[in-house]
Each structure stands twice: as C-alpha cells, then as structure tokens.
Design a protein around this ligand. Structure first.
Ligand code: SF4
Length: 318
C-alpha cells in the first residue's frame, strides 16, 4: 500500500508554496496556519507572513500588533500569539534553530503531538506520525476501524511512517485525505490505496468515521456601534485585536441604523445590527485608525456592512 500511496503523491500533489522547501521554520508556519483553516485561505497569508518575517529571529523580534495585523482574518488568533512566544523560546533556548527533537518541540507554546510529528517528519524526515483529521479518516477507513481509537491510529501511522520516507508518507496521507478520501463522497475509484482499504471492500465509507451530531446553532442578536470622528473610530482592544463597541441592547447615545451582518463562531450565529452615531459612555475605548490596527473578520464585516449601505443609499451621478 505504502509504495502506491507515495508514488501517487509524487505524481499528484498540489503545488503549494510550503512544499517548495523543507526549511523547518516554513514548515512550522504552514502547519500552524493550516490548523482549522482551508488551504486556499492559508496560501496568501503564508506568503505575506514570510515576506515580512522571513526568519525565526525576525518573528521573535516582531511587535504583537504587527503579527496580529498580518494574521487578521485567519481566525484562531491564539495560534499567532503562540507562534510569537515559541519563536522567542527557540531564539532564547535553541540558538534560533527549531530543535529536531520531539520533547523539545512539544515543550514550545502551541506545539502538540500532531505539530511536532509534522515538523519532525516533513522538515527533518524523521519517522514520527502526524495524525490530523484527514489522516485519521484515511487510516480509519483503510483499516476498517469505526471506533477510531486514537492510540491504535497513532500506532498504525507510526508503522507506516517507518516503512518508507517519513516526509513522503505523512504528506501523502494528508494529501489523500484532503483531495481524495473526503468525508463525504470519497473518490474511491481513483484512490491509490483502494486495494488495501477495508471500508471500500465492505462498502462502509459512509459509516467510517461515524457522523458526529453537531451541537445546535445558537442565535445571538447584538448591536455594534460605529462611532467616527475625524477619520478615527472608537474601538476597544480585546486580546490584541481592536473591535467596535458591541452591546446586547442599544446603549445611551444618538444613532441611526446603518446596516447588518452575520457571523458564525463555532455553533454561535451572531446577527449584528450596525449603527452609526455617537456613544454617550466612552470609558475603555480609544480613537483608532481602522486601517492600521489588527481586527477580526467580524469587525471587518461590521465596517463593510455600514459601507455597503452607504453605497446603496448614496445618489448615483446623473
Ligand atoms: Fe478513502 Fe475510498 Fe481510498 Fe478507502 S478507497 S482510502 S475510503 S478514498
């Protein structure tokens, strides 16, 4: 199975920017960005990030607000903070070199078993498994394990990664899960490991892994206030990101409704009504230039919602 898988990968892998190098810093940045985030979304962020912080020393010296500004829109901002902390730790404790050692890697902020395995195998070609969601699904189906016991999957991945070139095995498993062995409608007819796959043989692709019941969506209504003065906006900093004032109910002040937007965070759906005007109580807020501070996708949506309404209502030139 492994030879067919690796040969398929060599032939069919997508040309992604982080596959042009085995530089451990580049591998690490790509793996952090790819957690919970689609490949297509990551590509421009990855390139901009490495343009501005081409080395781990540059990242270790970076200002948090600048890093968050580059990360803005990618979500899960804790990842960016962990990256900065880990970069400083690598410079201080490992002379600026990412350590090719499992225990040293896993001691860095934000680095877990998967991340350490991915860095060790892809960058250093060491035989460590890297079992993410895609690899878990592929292995569960190939071995016909509906339960998906994490230790059994990890042991199986370890045996595979020891049987051929580690960086090729792990990347091939990841790629197969991302492009062929999809959660819904896996493309078994073009799959290189079809001959070894228990799920394919037994027709159990749809029941392995079992579908998890999603938590019910919780709808939340909020008001956002965009208070502008001389090109600056009243904003508040929350965990490094700047946001407009948000309330469950409209506070004291004078406002006009300017637009609306929706935003989903895990299973919460926010319905945001956007107001423009003047907030009476301004304690805890500062005047900020929206274009220069790091903001979340939600804050950007609020800004644009108000912008779109302005465009819709402004008179068209004769
Ligand atoms: Fe996945 Fe189908 Fe390939 Fe099995 S044969 S690994 S179910 S794509």
């Amino acid at each position: 199975m492994i030879d067919a898988l690796v040969a398929w990968f060599e032939e069919n892998q997508r040309g992604l920017p982080w596959r042009r190098t085995y530089d451990p810093y580049h591998v690490w940045i790509s793996e952090v960005m790819l957690q919970q985030t689609q490949v297509e979304t990551v590509v421009p962020y990855y390139e901009r990030f490495l343009d501005e912080f081409p080395t781990i020393d540059a990242l270790a010296r970076a200002e948090e607000q600048r890093v968050l500004k580059l990360w803005a829109g990618l979500g899960y901002y804790r990842r960016a903070k962990h990256l900065m902390e880990a970069a400083r730790a690598v410079v201080e404790k490992h002379d600026g070199r990412i350590p090719p050692d499992f225990d040293a890697l896993i001691a860095l902020p934000g680095v877990g078993q998967y991340m350490a395995g991915a860095i060790l195998s892809i960058a250093f070609n060491k035989p460590y498994p890297a079992v993410d969601g895609n690899v878990r699904r592929v292995l569960s189906r190939v071995f016909g394990w509906a339960g998906g016991d994490p230790q059994a999957l990890r042991d199986a991945a370890e045996r595979l990664v020891r049987s051929a070139e580690p960086r090729a095995v792990n990347q091939a498993l990841m790629e197969l899960g991302a492009t062929v062995c999809a959660f819904k409608s896996p493309r078994c007819l073009v799959c290189p490991v079809q001959g070894s796959c228990v799920a394919f043989r037994t027709g159990m692709q749809d029941s392995i892994p079992p579908v998890k019941k999603r938590p019910k969506t919780i709808h939340v209504r909020v008001c956002a206030v965009v208070h502008r003065r001389r090109g600056f906006y009243l904003m508040k900093c929350s965990e490094g990101l700047w946001e407009f004032p948000m309330f469950a109910e409209l506070p004291a002040g004078s406002f006009t409704q300017a637009g609306s937007c929706r935003h989903t965070i895990t299973h919460h759906r926010l319905d945001v009504t956007v107001y423009e005007g003047s907030l009476e109580k301004r304690d805890g807020y500062q005047w900020k230039d929206f274009q220069t501070v790091p903001v979340s996708s939600l804050t950007r949506k609020i800004f644009l919602a108000r912008d779109q309404l302005q465009k819709r209502t402004s008179p068209t030139p004769p």
